[in-house]
Design a protein. Structure first.
Length: 255
């Protein structure tokens, strides 16, 4: 073997060794890359897991917030219900107190016994349920009938007609009772005939330039004279209506 051939052989061996070294480094780099890729995959899995946990926690937080909001709404509704009930109880207590005060006034004026007071109390309650007026207002009506000298039975007999008059004339029940009882006393009309008077007053006020209050004020003056002359309450009211159309109303018409 000549020198040139030997040198070529050596160079061939060196190149093989270099190739092996390069292959080894490549293999190591590939291994490192594979490990790196595996690491990246592991980190990716960790990140995905963390995201899943975050979503789960977020859903749990949302459910917790929804639960809290629901509880708050429920508590608010309960508070409103309790407050409304308290207000209702307070108003009911005030209404009852007002009724008892009115009943006490009726008893003081009429000096009615326990049985008669119970009858008027029951009637006032019935009117409070069946009409636009409260039980307290009905009791006030009884008081004005009592002031006119009527006893419990007379007042109970007259109060339905008085209620009708108050409704038709859009006036207070106490005022209607006062007006009707004054006119009836002036003409000597019995309590059981109260409807006769209230109908006359309602009709006269609707057909002339006057109202029940003005008619009552005028008849208060002319009533005793008219009754003494045999003039009926209907005729007296009609005359008051004519005068009212001429602008002579209330007490002016009665004098």
């Amino acid at each position: 073997m000549d020198i040139a051939a030997l040198g070529l052989k050596v160079d061939g061996v060196d190149n093989i060794e270099k190739a092996r070294d390069s292959l080894g480094r490549f293999t190591k780099s590939a291994g490192d890359a594979e490990k790196g890729a595996a690491g990246v995959g592991s980190e990716t899995k960790k990140t995905s897991s963390a995201l899943v946990d975050l979503i789960k926690n977020g859903n749990a937080s949302e459910r917790a917030l929804s639960s809290i909001a629901g509880a708050a709404k429920s508590a608010a509704a309960q508070f409103i219900a309790v407050t409304a009930a308290a207000v209702g109880i307070n108003e009911a207590a005030k209404t009852l107190a007002g009724f008892e005060k009115s009943v006490s006034s009726v008893q003081a004026v009429t000096r009615a016994g326990a049985k008669d007071m119970a009858a008027m109390r029951d009637m006032a309650k019935q009117l409070g349920v069946a009409t636009e007026f409260s039980a307290s207002q009905a009791a006030d009506g009884f008081m004005y009938l009592g002031l006119a000298g009527w006893d419990a039975q007379q007042s109970i007999a007259a109060i339905p007609a008085v209620v009708d008059l108050a409704t038709a004339a859009s006036m207070g029940l106490a005022e209607a009772a006062d007006t009707a009882s004054n006119i009836m006393s002036a003409f000597g009309i019995a309590a059981e005939n109260a409807a006769q008077v209230t109908d006359v007053l309602a009709a006269a006020s609707s057909r002339a330039n006057t109202d029940v209050s003005q008619l009552g004020e005028g008849i208060k003056y002319v009533g005793p004279v008219a009754a003494a002359m045999g003039i009926s309450v209907g005729d007296a009211a009609a005359a008051m209506g004519v005068l009212a159309d001429a602008g002579i109303q209330a007490s002016m018409g009665g004098t």
